[in-house]
Design a binder for this molecule. Structure first.
Ligand code: NAP
Length: 243
């Protein structure tokens, strides 16, 4: 049986990924940081689907915690077939109001977190000459977003990391891809007013925001054998917002 580790799986897109992978018969590692009750509920929900899962609290920006998490997972499941680097934070803020601390935290969670998890999993993937990594960026990492300079910079970094790493580890049989979602209905966008959401939907050819399940579907596809010749790519489920 295959094993997937999903960072930031307690809520939103990560939670939807956990359910989607469970339905594809994976063992699932649910990483979370603060939302313990939600992570434990997901663990129970996955058990009801017949899925074996582990709940593990770790801050992805902390390499010590990440390495401990992977050691625990290796001891339980042997190896990790699929890593989904989904954990992320965002902040809307004028550039002139972004503190150095805000900037560093944004890069640390989104980009360094992705680096930490890739580093922890790759030696065993290289040894097995097999594995798939999916990193979660954003359309703002492609286009840039006003009032989200630090978020956009971190997400653009994830795209660069994905493409470079895909070139480096492709010869070892490992695929590395990226999803860059448009606006998705999760807690991350809870600050948007109904009129903001309506405006964003109006700018989207499919006339609506996306769901976490729609992003999870793309991530599962990229992890699957159906995507066996796809690596180094950025796939953007965005309803046509960016064409
Ligand atoms: P969300 O609902 O806010 O969930 C974020 C998840 O990340 C939570 O499970 C949270 O865990 C986890 N997390 C945050 N910081 C962490 C850390 N330091 N270590 C471990 N886990 C951490 O957000 P979402 O919308 O599902 O976003 C998921 C990913 O998609 C993010 O990378 C985001 O940037 C990206 N994305 C989202 C959208 C969108 O419109 N929603 C669009 C494009 C890209 P706890 O709650 O347990 O702390």
């Amino acid at each position: 049986m295959k094993t997937v580790l999903i960072t930031g799986a307690s809520r939103g897109i990560g939670r939807a990924c956990a359910i989607a992978f469970a339905k594809c018969n994976y063992n699932v590692v649910i990483n979370y940081l603060n939302s313990e009750a939600a992570a434990l509920k997901l663990h129970r929900d996955l058990a009801n689907l017949g899925c074996s899962s582990i709940v593990y609290k770790a801050d992805v920006s902390n390499s010590f915690q990440v390495n401990n998490m992977f050691e625990h997972v290796f001891s339980q499941f042997g190896h990790v077939d699929v890593l989904v680097n989904n954990a992320g934070i965002s902040q809307q803020c004028l550039f002139t109001d972004i503190s150095e601390e805000d900037f560093r935290r944004m890069i640390d969670v989104n980009l360094v977190g992705t680096f930490n998890c890739c580093k922890a999993v790759l030696p065993s993937m290289i040894k097995r000459k097999s594995g798939s990594i999916i990193n979660v960026s954003s359309i703002w990492g492609i286009t840039g977003a006003s009032c989200e300079v630090h978020y956009s910079a971190a997400k653009a970094g994830i795209i660069g990391l994905t493409k470079s790493l895909a070139k480096e580890v492709g010869p070892s049989g490992i695929r590395v891809n990226c999803v860059a979602p448009g606006v998705i209905e999760t807690d991350m966008n809870a600050n948007l007013s109904e009129s903001d959401k309506a405006t964003l939907a109006d700018c989207t050819p499919l006339l609506r925001l996306g769901t976490p399940e729609e992003v999870a579907g793309v991530i599962c596809f990229l992890a699957s054998d159906k995507a066996s010749f796809i690596t180094g790519q950025v796939i953007s489920p965005n309803g046509g917002f960016l064409i």
